[in-house]
Design a protein around this ligand. Structure first.
Ligand code: ADE
Length: 229
């Protein structure tokens, strides 16, 4: 590995990561800022994409093609779908899907378009490193399915649809688009989230309340993983 990309979607998701580094070089490109750092001999580029699948795809592709990153890690927050996941808990995606991708009118399953696949799997050996780090640090982490869509989910109906259709454990707004980009370009990638809310009618309130603390949980664990790469 030569160059690592670390992404979040929101400024609050990368702030706790940037706090680990004292010397940062900022490069501006395509309406965004890319933070270059060197950490323990590793070249790292950090950026937040802005919310949603389109912004996340643009940032992931930029980090790979313009900045020549050869491994991508994502850190951020998610809404819980699995009832065992509580605020602050950590989830590693083993696969991701797009819950709002819908051409069912033509007989296709939800989340599928011709030439694509419903679920994109994340890179196994990065998950293995992460699980080893979790054991070493006594962290409770679950591995599961993350569903992505361009919607902040705050209703039981939508959450139930996502749970029933995709057997998702958590949901957010960027992961699957990053997965599609990395999978297409054969770039190993890893998606980590900490729970900020339960995607129910209290989700907006909970998100505002727990965004920062959950983003920090995710970032602190991610840095421990980086140290093992
Ligand atoms: N990220 C964190 N919580 C979320 C929610 N409820 N919906 C979509 N993305 C989220």
């Amino acid at each position: 590995m030569t160059k690592l990309a670390i992404m979040g979607a929101m400024e609050e998701e990368i702030e706790p990561l940037l706090a680990y580094f004292n010397k940062v070089n900022i490069v501006e490109f395509a309406n965004n800022k890319y933070y270059e750092v060197n950490y323990k001999g590793l070249n790292i580029v950090i950026a937040y994409s802005k919310i949603g699948k389109v912004h996340a795809s643009l940032t992931a592709l930029t980090m790979i093609e313009k900045f020549s990153c050869d491994t991508l890690l994502f850190s951020g927050v998610a809404g819980a779908v699995n009832p065992n996941l509580k605020v602050g808990d950590l989830i590693i995606a083993d696969r991701l899907c797009q819950h709002d991708l819908d051409i069912t009118a033509f007989g296709h399953p939800n989340g599928y378009v011709p030439g694509g696949k419903v679920f994109v799997e994340t890179t196994k050996n990065l998950r293995e490193v992460a699980k080893k780090v979790a054991v070493q640090n006594n962290l409770k982490v679950i591995e599961g399915t993350i569903a992505t869509g361009d919607q902040f989910v705050h209703s039981i109906e939508r959450k139930d649809f996502i749970q029933n259709t995709f057997k998702a454990d958590a949901l957010e707004m960027e992961g699957a688009s990053v997965a599609v980009v990395c999978d297409a370009l054969n770039v190993p990638f890893f998606i980590l989230r900490a729970i900020s809310d339960s995607a129910d009618m209290d989700a907006g309130f909970d998100f505002d309340e727990f965004l920062k603390s959950s983003a920090k949980n995710s970032a602190d664990y991610l840095i421990k993983i980086v140290e093992e790469l």
